[in-house]
Design a protein around this ligand. Structure first.
Ligand SMILES: [Mg+2]
Length: 248
């Protein structure tokens, strides 16, 4: 009979499905969306370049070699502070050659240890906006990186209570987005990825059929830059996290 649940579906289950359809699922990025991240890495990189410069290379060249080394190490060892520390050390040894000094290596190591201990600096308006969103929608934190390191950051941020699930993956690509859609039974037309990175948050989510909210951050890491694609999904561009309230 039209209007009644089909065979095998109880009225309660049908109501639950309807409720799920009505509200949205927001996958929310963490680094440089919920808290500052890249600005701390950039500070370490600036000091690293200053330390390496006396070996006789222009600053831009040192940065270029570091970026190349990072790309290679990310492919092999993934993201995270330790992978970054390895890239700094390798870049230093490559450029300094016979001029390499133990003290410089120790200095680099100490900066990386400090970086790992830096508490997350929550971005303006984030806790109150999450408090608002979590009452209306399903929130899932979706971040990439080294699992233990990212989990520790989430815990120290004090924001985990706003999320139904915390998902940490080695790389955010269309494949991992599709996996999340299946795992959490996300209705794509009501599914959104919210983040600062075109390469990791916006483009792969759109390719997987989700909608996206792009919140650019002035300090987004060079390796995350990419032109934004929109396809047939909805794409909203906001200047602050707080503005999510006007859309959800
Ligand atoms: Mg990010």
């Amino acid at each position: 009979m039209p209007g009644l649940p089909g065979p095998g579906i109880t009225a309660g289950a049908a109501r639950r499905i309807l409720l799920t359809m009505r509200r949205h699922t927001l996958l929310i990025d963490a680094d440089d969306t919920l808290w500052e991240n890249n600005v701390f890495f950039e500070k370490v990189i600036e000091d690293f370049i200053t330390l390496t410069e006396p070996c006789g290379y222009p600053r831009a060249y040192i940065r270029h070699i570091l970026n190349e080394t990072e790309r290679r190490n990310i492919r092999q060892h993934g993201y995270g502070v330790r992978s970054f520390g390895r890239s700094l050390e390798e870049t230093y040894l490559k450029l300094a050659g016979e001029m390499s000094r133990h003290e410089s290596l120790a200095q680099i190591h100490n900066r990386v240890v400090d970086l790992e201990r830096t508490p997350p600096k929550i971005l303006d308006g984030v806790p109150e906006t999450l408090a608002y969103l979590t009452q209306r929608h399903r929130l899932i934190l979706f971040t990439k990186g080294e699992p233990a390191e990212q989990a520790a950051k989430v815990e120290r941020s004090g924001l985990q209570g706003f999320f139904e699930a915390i998902e940490i993956v080695p790389e955010k690509d269309p494949h991992t987005y599709r996996g999340l859609v299946n795992k959490h039974k996300i209705v794509k037309s009501h599914g959104w990825m919210v983040g600062n990175s075109p390469r990791s948050d916006i483009n792969p989510a759109v390719l997987a059929g989700l909608n996206a909210v792009y919140i650019p951050h002035t300090n987004t890491w060079e390796l995350e830059h990419e032109p934004v694609v929109s396809g047939s999904s909805k794409l909203v561009i906001l200047s602050t996290f707080r503005e999510l309230r006007s859309h959800f």
